[in-house]
Design a protein around this ligand. Structure first.
Ligand SMILES: N[C@@H](CCC(=O)N[C@@H](CS)C(=O)NCC(=O)O)C(=O)O
Length: 123
């Protein structure tokens, strides 16, 4: 069964690929896994069906083989763990790569988002 991800039906970035579903699409493309996309509106993201997939009412979500996930870091790690090519086989090298995945979402991304919000007048 092909994985299904969710993405904005009407992207605030007007389709420039800045929404976080890009990370999941990129990982799937890298490992050569085809996928389907379910587009959701802002209203649909806050409805029970979507909240069951992502309790924060956000995109992207990921459904594959009985697994449903939210949080791009967790989704990309699951894809990288299930398919060769994204993580090194050596245990220590793998742990270091995973450390950078955590760094990307918890240390690197927040100040970038904050800065971009400040620049756009959102903050
Ligand atoms: N930490 C989450 C963030 C997800 C997130 O912020 N998604 C945004 C789109 S890029 C969203 O759904 N925003 C709409 C909202 O929060 O209502 C992840 O990495 O998956």
């Amino acid at each position: 069964m092909r994985p299904i991800i969710t993405a904005f039906a009407a992207s605030p970035d007007k389709g420039r690929g800045l929404a976080r579903d890009m990370r999941v699409r990129w990982a799937l493309e890298e490992v050569g896994v085809g996928y389907d996309v379910r587009l959701v509106s802002f209203a649909q993201m806050k409805e029970p069906a979507h909240l069951a997939l992502n309790p924060f009412g956000q995109i992207p979500t990921y459904e594959a083989g009985g697994l449903s996930l939210f949080e791009t870091g967790a989704i990309v790690l699951a894809i990288a763990s299930a398919h060769a090519g994204l993580l090194p086989a050596d245990a220590n090298a793998r742990a270091r790569a995973i450390a950078w995945m955590f760094a990307a979402v918890s240390t690197v991304e927040p100040p970038i988002v904050e800065r971009s919000a400040a620049n756009s007048g959102d903050a």
